[in-house]
Every structure is written in structure tokens, then in C-alpha cells.
Design a protein around this ligand. Structure first.
Ligand code: RP5
Length: 149
């Protein structure tokens, strides 16, 4: 069964990150959620990364302000990392630029500010490449969005 690990820098990011968790769980994707800051709990972040490398398919990492967690996580795992810039200050522009501006070599697939739903959909697209059932579910989500807008 496909698994996505969600990690965020603070409990204050939880409300946004739950949007990704719900969408994934509704579509039968197992999730695991962690709060661990790259600067407050670096050892915990490293331990979670080791687990991710063994048992997760995709990582969704959310952070606000200086927002280095997604990039740090991407440096520690070979699984795809999707970054969610959280609007915690400066309208989220600080986090957006910090997450999206990764130098070449270690990418973070960055979604919109507070764009946790798109992070979940992108995770489904990635998993759907090798899982026909998730691919089908992704197509129906896509259809729903295209008919309601
Ligand atoms: C980041 O700083 C977190 O990801 C959060 O978005 C922001 C503020 O954290 P708190 O002060 O609310 O814990 O590390």
C-alpha cells in the first residue's frame, strides 16, 4: 500500500497540512504525520528521514517563515519531496521563495502558498505512475475539479 509522510515545522502548520492528509486518506493512501522543525529538532528530522527512506513513497513537507524543512528533508531522502509554503508571515512569500529556490541538484516540488491540497494531488499523480488504482482515483479528482470551475 502506498504511503505518504507529511512533515511540518510547527503545530501551527497543522490546519493547512491536514487538508493534504484528508485528501490522501479519502483516496486510500496511508499517511504518517510529524511535527519536527529543521532548526529546533534537527536530530528528530534526521530520524524521520531514515524512516521515510525505508517505508514512504512521497514526502509532503510544509513550513513557514525561513522554511528550510522541505529542502533539508530533500537532502536526506531520495523519495520525491513536495514543499508546501505556509503563510506564517509576509503573506507566505518568505516561505514560498525559501522552498522554491532550491539550487540545482536537490529539487523540492513546490506548490502554492498554503497549497496542501495540490500537494496531495501531486503525490497521487506520482504514486499513480506505478499504481493503477491510485491513477484512476487521481483522474476522478481531476475531473471533479475541472467540472466545478
Ligand atoms: C516555521 O516557523 C514553522 O513551519 C511555522 O510555519 C513557522 C512559525 O512557527 P511557530 O512559531 O508557530 O512554531 O518553523
Amino acid at each position: 500500500m502506498a504511503k505518504v509522510t507529511l512533515i511540518m515545522g510547527s503545530k501551527s502548520d497543522l490546519e493547512i497540512m491536514k487538508e493534504a492528509e484528508s485528501l490522501l486518506n479519502e483516496n486510500g493512501i496511508e499517511t504518517e504525520m510529524h511535527v519536527a522543525s529543521a532548526h529546533r529538532n534537527p536530530k528528530k528530522v534526521h530520524a524521520i528521514a531514515e524512516q521515510i527512506e525505508k517505508s514512504s513513497d512521497v514526502v509532503i513537507a510544509g513550513a513557514g517563515m525561513a522554511a528550510h524543512l522541505p529542502g533539508v528533508m530533500a537532502s536526506l531522502v531520495t523519495k520525491p519531496v513536495i514543499g508546501v509554503p505556509i503563510n506564517a508571515s509576509l503573506d507566505g512569500m518568505d516561505a514560498l521563495l525559501a522552498i522554491v529556490q532550491m539550487p540545482p541538484g536537490i529539487p523540492v516540488a513546490t506548490v502554492a502558498i498554503n497549497g496542501a491540497k495540490n500537494a496531495a494531488i501531486l503525490a497521487m499523480q506520482i504514486i499513480g505512475l506505478s499504481d493503477p488504482d491510485i491513477h484512476k482515483k487521481h483522474l476522478s479528482i481531476r475531473k471533479a475539479f475541472q467540472t466545478t470551475s
